[in-house]
Every structure is written in C-alpha cells, then in structure tokens.
Design a protein around this ligand. Structure first.
Ligand code: OAD
Length: 234
C-alpha cells in the first residue's frame, strides 16, 4: 500500500459510514449488535411510523442522541479534521447522522442522510436542537410534531445535497471509503462516480462487502488504524 502524500492530491473525499463511528462506540446498523437487529426500522425510521406514532419515533431518536453523546470522536475523526486544515479541498461525505466529524473539528461535511441534531417542521423549516433530550417536540409556530431532519427509509435524499456530493466526488482524485457496507442507495452509488473519474479509490473496512470490488486498494482494519497507517507519514 502506497502511503498518501496530501500534497500530491488536488481534492480528497472521505466517504464515511457507520463503521467510522463504531470505534467511538456508536453502534452500526447491520453488523452484529447493529441497530436494525434491535429495532424494526419500519416502526422507528420511516414517515409512516412517524405519522402513526410520533412520540415512539422521537423517543427512539432521543435514545440515539443519548448514546451518541456518551461517545467521543476517535483519532481517525481528528486526523480527518487535521487534514482538512492542511488541504482546503478535503470533503467528508458521510452517511452518518451522529455529527461526530463536526465534533472532531471537520467543517467541510456533507451529510447525505441528515442529522440527529436538527428537527424539521414541514411548514416552518429546520431548527438545530443539540441537547440530550429534545428542547421541544412541537413547532412553536404551528404546533405540528417536529420530525428529526433525517433521511428515513422511503424518503428521498435532498437533491441539493446529492448534487453537491456528486460534484465534489466528480472532481476528486483521491476517494477513501471508511466503514460503510455500501448497500444503501443512492449513497452506495457514489464510489462508482469516483472510480469512473479515475480517482485513486481506497476502502478501509475490517470486512469485505458487495461494494469492495470497486476498490483496487483495501485496508482490512478498523477506521482509525487504517487511516493512521495510510497517513502515517503526514
Ligand atoms: P452499516 O451498518 O450497513 O455498515 C457498517 C460497516 O462498517 C460494515 O461494512 C462494517 O464491516 C464496517 N465496520 C464495523 N466496524 C468498523 C470499524 N471499527 N472500522 C471500520 N469499519 C467498520 O452502515 P452504513 O453503511 O453506514 O441510513 O449504512 C448506511 C445507511 O444505512 C445508514 O446511513 C443508515 C442505515 O440504515 C439511515 O439511517 C437513513
């Protein structure tokens, strides 16, 4: 594995999934101990579930917030934030909703699936809400239930967000995927854009998955170990 020299690259994308946060103690979705083994997403992560029982869905997301707040970013998160300071054309494109990259100091983060730390009223828009429990569960303007600003199953991703992600990936010459199973579309389609554009594509994941064939270079290690090894000369 050829180590990376940041100065050799004009634009770098880190594409992260739940495995990036796993080392911080945030559970993944599909692996052993994964959230979707414990909960049925149909009951807690869909618009239908929210329409039927908003309190149950909000309780589930409050539990997620509590568990994320008990976790801390790991050295891999901090490394990405430091690389961004050294090279302005570094973008984190993440499927994670936990805000861990931002807590570590990354600023250039595209959140494909939204954020646990924002709530949304269909009429009055999005508000930030950073506490362990929700400050309020209903919109102060119209009284409607506020829903987490998260892309649930059956939701469309925001076209503005996917367009921006596609643009940076289309222009990158180094694409590093970290800790994603690569099965949830449309996010899972992004690595193909990087590959087709001829970017150097590297996967960091302790386990192979159905997207691994896209990566000529793979590091079968945890997120932080893999990242620290890849950038050890920086
Ligand atoms: P998954 O739970 O599907 O996959 C997690 C991946 O992380 C697996 O490939 C693991 O092998 C890998 N992994 C586990 N521990 C790791 C570690 N320490 N270091 C590196 N990798 C590790 O999570 P995602 O691919 O992120 O969507 O799932 C995509 C989307 O599906 C999520 O954003 C979420 C989920 O349903 C929504 O909530 C909308």
């Amino acid at each position: 594995m050829k180590l990376i020299r940041i100065s050799d690259h004009k634009s770098i994308v880190f594409f992260t999934g739940a495995g990036m946060s796993a080392e911080s103690g945030v559970p993944t979705y599909r692996g052993s101990g994964g959230i979707w083994h414990q909960y049925r997403w149909e009951e807690v992560a869909s618009q239908e579930a929210f329409d039927e029982n908003p309190e149950k869905v909000l309780n589930f997301h409050e539990l997620r917030r509590k568990s994320v707040l008990q976790c801390q970013p790991h050295p891999g998160h901090y490394l990405l934030a430091r690389i961004e300071q050294e090279c302005p054309r570094v973008t984190v494109v993440t499927q994670n909703i936990d805000g861990m990259h931002q807590r570590a100091g990354s600023r250039n983060v595209i959140e494909l699936h939204g954020s646990l730390w924002r709530l949304k009223c269909a009429i009055h828009g999005i508000s930030e809400d950073l506490g362990e429990t929700f400050k309020t569960r209903k919109c102060s303007d119209c009284g409607a239930w506020l829903r987490p600003d998260i892309v649930w199953f059956g939701d469309y991703l925001s076209p503005d967000v996917t367009d921006e992600a596609a643009r940076v990936i289309n222009n990158c010459d180094l694409f590093i995927s970290i800790g994603t199973s690569g099965v949830v579309y449309p996010a899972a389609g992004f690595p193909k854009i990087a590959k087709n554009r001829g970017a150097r594509c590297i996967e960091i994941n302790p386990e192979a998955n159905e997207a691994s064939y896209l990566y000529p270079e793979t590091i079968r290690e945890s997120a932080s170990k893999g990242l620290l090894r890849l950038f050890e000369n920086q």
